[in-house]
Design a protein around this ligand. Sequence first.
Ligand code: GAL
Length: 655
Amino acid sequence: MLRYGGDYNPEQWPPGTWAEDDELMRRARVNSATVGVFSWSLLEPEEGRYSFGWLDDTLDRLHSNGVGVVLATPTASPPPWFTLAYPEAMPVTPDGVRRTHGSRDTYCAAAPAYRDAARRIAAALAERYAEHPAVWLWHVHNEYGTLCWCDATAEAFRRWLRARYGGLGALNDAWGTAFWSQRYSDWAQVLPPRATQWRHNPTQSLDFRRFWSDELRAAYREQADAIRAVRPDATVTTNFMVPEYQNLDFWSWSSDVDIVAIDHYLTDRGIAGAADTAFGADRARSFNGGRPWLLMEQATSTISAGDRSLTKPPGQMLRDSLAHVARGADAVQFFQWRASRYGAETWHAAMVPHAGADSRVYREVVRLGEVLDRLGEVAGSTVRADTAIVWDADSWWGLDSPILPSSALRYLPALRAAHRTLWTDGVTADFVAAGADLSGYKLVLAPALYVLPDAAAANLSSYVERGGHLAVWYFSGIVDENLHVRLGGYPGALRDLLGVRVEEFHPLAEGETVALSGGATAHTWTEDLRTTTAEPVLAYPDGSAAVTRNRYGAGTAWYVSCGLDDTSYASLLGEIRRRAGTGPEGEPTPGVEVVRRNGKRNDWLFVLNHTGAPATVPATGHELITDRPVTGTLTVPAGGVAVVRVGADGTPTRT
Ligand code: GAL
């Protein structure tokens, strides 16, 4: 079964609407509702006094309506009484302004009073509902990430630093405090990177991001433990926000959640939006170790596009949803069931819009319910990829800095470019950590891998030595885990592997380009590069190499020392893929996404037509949405989706 539903907040509605909710959920085949995410002030109206009546009724009602419950702990929005009782637990900005309630996320996650209160309400919910038959999943908190710079944070930061460095000497070395007279002689002097006169110490900033991710993990684990203390076999998770919101190191977090759940809100339309959905979904699957994962939130209609929100055209919601399922999601959920009549998200799309059930959106919600029902057999199947992209939180945080040689050195765009080029070519990619076991991949891409510890660099080298293909983009392998430059020529950690040595960078101005050999164009970044063992693939105007290829052991390591125009980037990556022996299944049709989910007995081909014209692709098997056999070719209408059950690994289809 695929789970289907959304955030459900009946406490924000008069009881008269509940019977209609039940009826409309039944009609839409909703089988999952996330309850209680922002209900703390109702559940605990005064400190220590709980009021569970409405939640009892809601869980019972949903259960008798056949709807499973994702029970949330409400700790992302403490009640106003909490502020007055514990003013010291309110979040403080880098420049010392203490925020107050009136919105959400008004807490400091490192403040003991907040942590205690959060643990207590989680434990109280667990005690009351651990055995409730409706609850299939526990959803701790909501989108962990809110930062704080208060005194409690400073104390927790110092504890984390002591554990990492042992003594102040090691901290001083790692942070390079000899620069600008920052040497610490007492732990009390060590602070979070609060507002200061000019540039922060970059290693202090990086350690603060690492610390905060760990601090939030500890807060998550306390609640998860409180739930498991009552119900050891509970499935517990929290919702990760991908792709733009980067306050967590998801590789470390994924070992703490029982199943990865993500929220994905589109910020782009058309093909760019479709590519971005795949970018989020491939990461969700990878963070979950390749196993099926959950789409916890998306929007039925709106796309936030700068100064206004845009509605999704007919059919897009179904396509977006199946795009997640295609890449391994076993749940499709939305924020939220009913569009709010009031509050800060009044104008956010929902499964039941302000117009009510007589609306295009609700009719599409019903249709999506029917389709997901027909696709139930794909639940539990996986997605295999032989190409991977290195994902690294330290490099993102390290590049999120004003000290770099160019402000155009940005992490997410570099990762997106690599993923989108593969996506356009019909290649499904996993994401991996640089230190992970890479032996299952024919090709690994490393864009913007700025921070590279010794062990991870050695891992990349031994992957190539044993026959792997690796492509590295500029400004990778430049610094160690403390952001100390690796000396002797860039990219220090990868010089031997890549067979190149770079003496100087030449960042380009916006709009400035350099003509390369073969008609290619460089933008953003160029380098003064000398080959040692590598052979040139593309050259700068002075004949020096711009893109190189190096045989290393049994494998090949490519280096791209400049920003490349889109066409050259795509053709280079195509060439790299061909040599690595990775490719899409069949010739890709522009704008038509084909993804395979692999099961034990069968596979399923998801065909998503993002174009405005019908598309025909080769396929043989059984189409599940229309319940029709497919022999040889399949035509998918403009903007449509098809899911074909095909034989696993080329064997005949089994029903
Ligand atoms: C999510 C959040 C929801 C809601 C939604 C609106 O990030 O978890 O509570 O605010 O955004 O898009």
